[in-house]
Design a protein around this ligand. Structure first.
Ligand SMILES: Cc1ncc(COP(=O)(O)O)c(C=O)c1O
Length: 382
C-alpha cells in the first residue's frame, strides 16, 4: 500500500458548488461563493476583514504592500520557511532579516527576533509552522514596543488556536494558503486577513489592481481609476465554490488530521524519551490543527536513512524547507550559512511525515507500522 505525502481531501459537495458557480455566469472574484467564504471565516474566527487571493503567496505579497514596506525598510522573518515568505518582502524592495527558530516548534525564536530590531525595522513576519501557532503574545509585545506592524504567515494554521484565539484573529494581518497541500484547499488559493479597520479601504484598492473599483461597486463613485499600487489579488468564484465546501467541513477535517498527528506523537514519543529524535512541543495554550508533524533526528545521516528506508516501504515523508538565509537568494541579500547555525543544523535533520485528511480513515495503521519497523531497525525498541 502506497502512502503518499499528501492527498487533497474532498468533502463531497465540491462538484455541486462548482457547477452552481459555473452556471451563475459570475466567475471572477468577489462574487457569491467568495462572499460566503469570507462571511463564514469572519463568523467562525472573528476576523475583521478577509480578502480571498489566488494563493497564499499572493496574500503575503498583498500584506507586504499593505504594510507599506519598501527600499530602506527591514522585515524580520524566520529563515526556516517557504520561499514565498521571503519573496513577499524582497518584491517590495525591503530587506529580509532572518532569525533563528525554536526547535520545539520550528517557529521564530522571538528573543532572537527582538535582538535584530533596528531603527529600519518596519514589519515582523513570523510563520505558524506545521499549524503550530507562533508566540503571538511575544511578537505583538515586540511590535508594540517598537511601533512595528505584524503580518503572520498563517499558510498552515487555519483553525489552530493560541490561548483560545484563532490564528489570524490577533495580529494586524495574517496570510492563509488554500493550496491543495493545506488543510483546506481549492487547488490554488489564499486569504489575507486584515484586522486594522483603517487599512481595509486601501486593501480593497490593492486587491483590485490598484483601482477604486470597490467604491464604484458600493455606489460611492461612478467611474473607477488607478489610485494606488496593486495587482490582481482576487480568487475566482469558481475556486471559491470549492473552498466553501472545505471551510464548511473544517471541524471534520481538523479532527481527522488530529487523529493522525496523535498516532504519530504516540509512536515517536518513546523514541524522543530515548534520545533518538525530537518531536514538536507546541506551547501551553496552543490547540493545533494537525496540519503537519515533523521529526528532528539525532543526525543528518539518520534522517536520510529514515527517509530511504521508509521509501522502500512506499511511505513518503519529506525533508521540509531548505533555510532561506543560506539559499542562493539569501546569499544575494548578504546572508551567510553561519549566521544562523541552529536553523542550518535543524534543517539538515528534520523530516515532515506524510499527513493528509483521508489517512485518518485509510492507511494510518499500515503507515504507523511501516514507520515502527524502520525506527526499530535504526534505534531498536524504544
Ligand atoms: C509557510 C508557507 N508560506 C507560504 C506558502 C505559499 O502558499 P501558496 O502555495 O498558497 O502560495 C506556503 C505553501 O506551501 C507555506 O507553507
Amino acid at each position: 500500500m502506497k502512502i503518499p505525502f499528501n492527498i487533497p481531501y474532498l468533502t463531497g459537495r465540491e462538484e455541486e458548488y462548482f457547477l452552481a458557480a459555473l452556471k451563475s455566469r459570475r466567475h471572477c472574484g468577489n462574487h457569491a461563493f467568495g462572499q460566503k467564504c469570507v462571511e463564514l471565516m469572519k463568523h467562525k474566527y472573528g476576523f475583521h476583514e478577509v480578502f480571498l487571493t489566488p494563493s497564499g503567496t499572493a496574500a503575503l505579497e498583498m500584506g507586504c504592500l499593505l504594510a507599506d514596506i519598501g527600499p530602506g525598510d527591514e522585515v524580520i522573518l524566520p529563515s526556516y520557511t517557504f520561499s514565498s515568505t521571503g519573496n513577499a518582502v524582497v518584491l517590495t524592495g525591503a530587506k529580509p532579516v532572518f532569525c533563528e527558530v525554536d526547535p520545539d516548534t520550528m517557529n521564530a525564536d522571538v528573543r532572537h527576533m527582538a535582538s535584530l530590531v533596528t531603527p529600519r525595522t518596519k514589519l515582523l513576519l513570523p510563520i505558524d509552522y506545521a499549524g503550530i501557532p507562533c508566540d503571538r503574545t511575544a511578537v505583538n509585545a515586540l511590535a508594540k514596543k517598537h511601533g512595528l506592524s505584524v503580518l503572520v504567515d498563517a499558510a498552515q494554521s487555519i483553525h489552530s488556536f493560541a490561548n483560545g484565539k484563532p490564528c489570524g484573529a490577533d495580529e494586524d494581518m495574517a496570510a492563509f494558503s488554500f493550496h491543495e497541500t493545506k488543510n483546506l484547499g481549492c487547488g490554488e488559493g489564499g486569504g489575507l486577513v486584515v484586522n486594522r479597520p483603517e487599512w481595509v479601504e486601501r486593501a480593497r484598492f490593492l486587491q483590485e489592481k490598484g483601482t477604486d473599483r470597490s467604491l464604484v461597486l458600493s455606489g460611492v463613485r461612478s467611474k473607477y481609476s488607478w489610485v494606488d499600487k496593486g495587482s490582481s489579488f482576487l480568487l475566482a468564484d469558481l475556486l471559491a465554490a470549492l473552498l466553501l465546501a472545505q471551510i464548511e467541513d473544517v471541524e471534520i477535517i481538523t479532527n481527522k488530521r488530529k487523529k493522525v498527528a496523535a498516532a504519530y506523537h504516540a509512536l515517536y514519543g518513546p523514541y524522543e524519551k530515548a534520545g533518538a529524535l525530537r518531536i514538536p512541543h507546541p506551547p501551553a495554550g496552543a490547540d493545533c490543527n494537525g496540519h503537519a508533524v515533523f521529526v528532528i533526528f539525532d543526525t543528518a545521516a539518520n534522517r536520510d536513512r529514515f527517509l530511504a528506508l521508509l521509501r522502500e516501504k512506499d511511505v513518503h515523508a519529506y525533508i521540509g524547507y531548505l533555510p532561506l538565509h543560506s539559499s542562493v537568494m539569501g546569499r544575494c541579500h548578504g546572508c551567510r550559512p553561519e549566521d544562523l547555525p541552529l536553523t542550518e543544523d535543524l534543517a539538515a535533520r528534520i523530516v515532515r511525515l506524510p499527513l493528509y485528511t483521508d489517512l485518518a480513515d485509510t492507511g494510518l495503521d499500515h503507515c504507523v507500522e511501516a514507520m515502527q519497523t524502520v525506527l526499530q531497525a535504526m534505534y531498536g525498541t524504544a
